[in-house]
Design a protein around this ligand. Structure first.
Ligand code: IMP
Ligand code: MG
Length: 332
């Protein structure tokens, strides 16, 4: 803090929602800006209740945090309104007037366009919505009557908050390997997902960022098509307890062991300064609920140390269970 960017390292679903919700509660965030769009579902467990958030920033769990959606985001109006209701954040959420709108027609185009066939997109219409924005024909948040009560200038709010020393978090979506520029093209999403792009979507310059926190999951997963180095057969994934289904689409997640080369690439391109590792308890069940690094079994400690050795950045947060507060916090 004051300005931290959260990014995913692999193909999304690393557990950014959990990390953001933890930081919101623990560090008492003043502002959280969500970027990207409705294709990304961020899972937050709060007091036994599960939220899979497609629009509302995961920091909603801290009731004093101001929640913003950046100018680079694509807003799904119905989903936004539904989630604002479900999380009860009406009086503290706002959208940049220039955020663009993702519509039903984009979803239909996503599912029927020949050029998107076989990519395994989420079907929400991200690619077509972004194409429309590039054509300069997209609707913006300011054009939508139902969004009038929520409009703001996110870049102004955020930069003023940073200048005032407030704690700001920029919540990235997906992961580096799904980046339009740096990922496994063409099996990628419709935008860059790196830290620089997240800043750009929020309207924050690179000199204003103090910290880029990269989120690794203890193993890798991917939904949709495209390469996944070291991919396991589904039966093996089930046997290891790694088999997951997607929070957003319910599809099977493919899985593979942690890849150090990809991890290093993700750290490099994001300029990451700190790492977090989620789901260590899935890899090493003895870790479940552990609150300190010392409690971890030897092989789990070694795994964390190997990540630090290879990426050359410290692993500051370690997830040991699904709830927001199931975290080993090694920050000073
Ligand atoms: P799109 O973003 O819907 O265009 O899908 C492009 C690719 O990105 C597909 O492989 C999707 O499964 C993947 N993808 C998009 N959003 C997410 C996400 O939030 N988590 C994981 N994969 C995603
Ligand atoms: Mg997800």
């Amino acid at each position: 803090m004051p300005c931290t960017v959260i990014v995913g390292a692999f193909w999304g679903d690393e557990g950014k929602g959990k990390i953001v919700s933890y930081l919101a509660l623990k560090d008492k965030l003043d502002i959280c800006v969500r970027t990207g769009s409705v294709n990304a579902a961020h899972t937050v467990w709060m007091e036994g209740k599960r939220y899979a958030l497609h629009m509302v920033p995961a920091a909603f769990v801290y009731e004093k945090c101001r929640l913003l959606i950046g100018a680079g985001a694509n807003v799904h109006v119905a989903k936004f309104l539904e989630e604002v209701e479900a999380t009860n954040v009406k009086n503290r959420i706002a959208i940049d007037s220039q955020a663009s709108i993702i519509e039903e027609k984009h979803s239909i185009q996503d599912k029927t366009s020949a050029h998107l066939k076989g990519l395994g997109t989420t079907g929400w219409g991200i690619g077509p919505a972004i194409e429309e924005r590039v054509r300069r024909t997209a609707k913006l948040a300011k054009d939508i009557p139902k969004l009038q009560p929520y409009l703001t200038e996110v870049s102004k709010e955020v930069n003023e908050a940073i200048d005032a020393g407030e704690k700001v978090l920029l919540e990235g979506t997906q992961g580096l390997m799904l980046s339009l520029f740096h990922g496994t093209y063409p099996y990628v999403t419709g935008r860059d997902t790196s830290a620089s792009a997240i800043c750009s979507e929020a309207g924050v310059g690179p000199t204003k960022v103090d910290n880029v926190m990269i989120v690794f999951k203890a193993f890798m997963t991917r939904v949709g098509a495209g390469p996944l180095p070291g991919e396991l057969a589904k039966e093996e994934a089930i046997k290891r307890g790694w088999f997951e289904t997607a929070a957003g689409t319910g599809r099977d997640r493919r899985s593979a062991p942690f890849d150090f080369e990809l991890a290093k690439k993700a750290v490099m391109i994001n300029g990451a300064t700190q790492a977090t590792v989620t789901k260590l308890d899935v890899l090493y069940p003895e870790c479940k609920g552990a609150g300190t690094f010392e409690e971890l079994p030897k092989d789990a400690k070694q795994f964390i140390k190997e990540i630090e050795r290879q990426t050359k950045i410290p692993v500051v947060l370690i997830g040991t269970g699904p709830e927001a507060l199931d975290i080993i916090d090694r920050r000073k």
